[in-house]
Ligand binder design. Structure first.
Ligand SMILES: Nc1ncnc2c1ncn2[C@@H]1O[C@H](COP(=O)(O)OP(=O)(O)O)[C@@H](O)[C@H]1O
Ligand SMILES: O=C(OP(=O)(O)O)[C@H](O)COP(=O)(O)O
Length: 397
């Protein structure tokens, strides 16, 4: 980590420190359902507070289009206060009068969380005026959001151009742990990729197939591939307009000698709800008004077989809608299988992603993985060897 500035390189006493954290945690109706990302940034926050910095948290939540009370960070800040066992003030805007008066009221050591940066268009556009408005409330920028470091947004990258910058402890820890685990992976290497963020992750797979020996695809990602291959997927979550991209990835995988493991059957329901009546179907008979919510029993056996052949496994994205029982089954069985092989010393396993971590916690498998990162998309891009904007900006010039 010596290539990056860290908290060891900055004097923060009495300074207003803008800390970019990833508070994009799984939540349901304003209740945080997995607090891993919060827990991981607490050490940075408390270290800064003990060093008498004014600790000002910047984060996004969800993908709102403008201001949306459903995507407020307020309940997440309350959860953070509970875990840190410290008061955390909240400002209902991350720039302007609301933010500046909240910052002006701070004493050294205080903690303040600013509202969702994505309530402003300038965040994702990395708009210099928005960067300036954020920077007006800080003297130093600490980036502790490795899991958002693949985004060149105002709070994840832009601030590094206008304020002295360094990595926080969670960022530092992620890069060190991932490098240690995966810089020289033992082959064969398998990757499991699932989840719902198909459009932002699909293109990554084109590079990933040149780096791994087997790619196991599940979740909404698999539905997109199945659709591209002409399988009727009914009302399943998929990015149908990315079918061409999916086919190109399959061709690339063949050239690169990367085995592709796609589902051969699927668990289908008619409502996106826990305990919804469901049935396992072969791919040729998926009902046109049904939704694939999990991989089927034969697919699970194939996935376990592919895991057995690997020496190293990386995983991002659940295999099904794991939040809704019984559609957690495929993900839970696969997670337990990876955990057992890792515990037996037969596999090095690294998983990452906000929902993936929640799924592994749900499966009670987390402790037995070799390493669990908070990052999903960022982890996949790091794995590809792509420079991450939020990390590059921290490099010592
Ligand atoms: N077949 C499916 N249909 C609908 N949603 C799915 C399906 N498979 C997985 N998901 C959803 O994918 C989400 C996680 O995806 P993603 O955000 O890409 O993962 P991560 O946060 O770990 O990077 C979960 O909320 C899960 O319910
Ligand atoms: O949850 C996140 O990424 P992940 O789902 O890939 O783990 C990050 O907070 C980035 O969010 P984004 O994919 O909406 O930019």
């Amino acid at each position: 980590m010596s290539a990056f500035r860290t908290l060891d390189d900055v004097d923060v006493e009495n300074k207003r420190v803008l800390v970019r954290v990833d508070l994009n945690v799984p939540a349901e109706n304003g209740v945080v359902t997995d607090a891993t990302r919060i827990e991981r940034v607490i050490p940075t926050i408390l270290e800064l507070s003990r060093a008498k910095a004014k600790v000002i948290l910047l984060a996004h939540f969800g993908r709102p289009k403008g201001v949306d009370p459903k995507e407020s960070l307020r309940p997440v800040a309350a959860k953070l206060a509970e875990i840190a066992k410290r008061p955390v003030a909240f400002s209902e805007d991350c720039i302007g009068e609301a933010a500046s008066s909240a910052v002006a009221a701070m004493q050294p050591g205080d903690i303040l969380c600013l509202e969702n940066t994505r309530f402003h268009k300038g965040e994702e556009k990395n708009d210099p005026d928005f960067v300036k408005a954020l920077a007006a409330n800080g003297d130093i920028w600490v980036n502790d959001a490795f899991s958002a470091a693949h985004r060149a947004h105002a709070s994840t990258e832009g601030l590094g151009h206008v304020l002295p910058a360094c990595a926080g402890r969670a960022m530092q820890g992620e890069i060190e742990a991932l490098s240690r685990a995966l810089e020289h992976p033992k082959r064969p290497v398998a990757a499991i990729v699932g989840g719902a963020k198909v459009s932002t992750k699909l293109e990554l797979l084109g590079n990933l197939v040149t780096k791994v020996d087997a790619l196991i695809i599940g979740g909404g990602m698999a539905n997109t591939f199945l659709y591209a291959q002409g399988v009727g997927i009914g009302k399943s979550l998929a990015e149908r307009d990315l079918a061409e991209t999916a086919l190109a990835i399959l061709q690339k995988a063949e050239k690169a000698n990367c085995a592709i493991i796609l589902p051969v059957d699927a668990v289908v329901a008619y409502h996106f709800a826990a305990q919804a009546p469901n049935h396992a179907y072969g791919l040729e008979s998926i009902p046109h008004d049904g939704m694939i919510l999990d991989v089927g029993p034969q697919s699970i056996e194939r996935i376990k077989g592919a895991i057995d052949e690997a020496e190293t496994l990386v995983w991002n994205g659940p295999l099904g809608a794991f939040e809704l029982e019984p559609f957690d089954h495929g993900t839970v069985v696969a997670a337990k299988h990876v955990a057992a092989r890792t515990h037996a010393g037969k596999l090095l396993s690294v998983a990452g992603g906000g929902d993936t971590v929640a799924a592994l916690n749900h499966a009670k498998a987390t402790e037995r993985f070799s390493y669990v990162s908070t990052a999903g998309g960022a982890f996949l891009e790091w794995l590809e060897g792509k420079p991450l904007p939020g990390v590059e900006i921290l490099r010592k010039k």
